[in-house]
Design a protein around this ligand. Structure first.
Ligand code: NDP
Length: 254
């Protein structure tokens, strides 16, 4: 896989779950990684420590997303911590991973939940990209973590599906916009993955089996399954791929 030495990456929501695995993998490939969290600073420090213990480089930044001024606060912390590391200013790899989900059907979703979902899952990535691009060097990478819910109907997660659909569209528009800077923009669309999000469903043998049965490999996705795909998209090996939505569901949609 590609060599990310000399690159700086920012992974939103890398205190836990898929984001943590992506941060660890990019650091393993040589990147200096900004580990972002919303409220769980303990988990973020654990991610960063796991990276430094393995010989990598990382720093932690906190910023609640989905509130006014979120992208500004995120990048104020990013700039300050980058300088504190003695690293060159700038960004090479942005991973928009942080998200939340209020499951609910059309007769259940509330305006407040809808607004919050769009604010965290769609609006925040757009403005993080806007601010990130002011720092991003030519040849950079933007990776948006979406979901399988945008390729098939998931009426029980209507707000989340709409928000992730917006994220997919953001990928398309940015890929066209940024080609002349050599920046690629792609979407990763995972299926069920072993994170806190699926903990309740995985808590019984029947629940585990039901989630595993979605994949042709008959197992639930692991965070590393998604992180390895992110590492490819972050690397020079993916330079001719942009504007794509890459299914990382273990064949769940076949
Ligand atoms: P987790 O719930 O395990 O982790 C979510 C991360 O996002 C945490 O780091 C959390 O920070 C951060 N975060 C959430 N809301 C906010 C907020 N308002 N402001 C700042 N940070 C926030 O999620 P997963 O690892 O499961 O999911 C990662 C991505 O993958 C998401 O985009 C999700 O939609 C997508 N996905 C996940 C699937 C799955 O089965 N797990 C399936 C398909 C897609 P903190 O720790 O501080 O709370």
């Amino acid at each position: 896989m590609g060599d990310l030495k000399g690159k700086t990456a920012l992974v939103t929501g890398s205190s836990r779950g898929i984001g943590r695995a992506i941060a660890q993998r990019l650091a393993q490939d040589g990147a200096l990684v900004a580990v972002h969290y919303g409220s769980n600073d303990t988990a973020a420090k654990e991610t960063a420590e796991s990276i430094t213990d393995a010989g990598g480089r990382a720093f932690v930044i906190g910023a609640e997303l989905g509130v006014p001024g979120d992208a500004e606060a995120l990048f104020a912390a990013f700039d300050a911590e980058l300088a504190a590391c003695g690293a060159e200013p700038g960004l090479d790899i942005l991973v928009n991973n942080a998200a939340l989900n209020f499951p609910g059907r059309i007769d259940q979703v509330t305006p407040e939940e809808f607004d919050r979902t769009l604010a965290v899952n769609t609006k925040a990535p757009l403005f993080i990209a806007q601010h990130g691009l002011r720092r991003m060097r030519d040849g950079g990478r933007i990776i948006n973590v979406s979901s399988a819910v945008t390729s098939t109907a998931h009426p029980s997660q209507i707000a989340y599906s709409i928000a992730k659909g917006g994220l997919d569209t953001l990928t398309l528009a940015l890929a066209k916009e940024l080609g002349d800077r050599g920046i690629t923009v792609n979407t990763l669309a995972p299926g069920w993955v072993e994170t806190d999000v699926t903990a309740v469903r995985r808590s019984t043998p029947e629940g585990r089996a039901a989630l595993a049965a979605y994949s042709v490999f008959n197992r639930i996705g692991r965070p590393a399954d998604i992180a390895d795909a992110a590492a490819f998209l972050a690397s020079d090996d993916s330079r001719w791929i942009t504007g794509q939505r890459i299914d990382v569901t273990g064949g769940s949609m076949l």
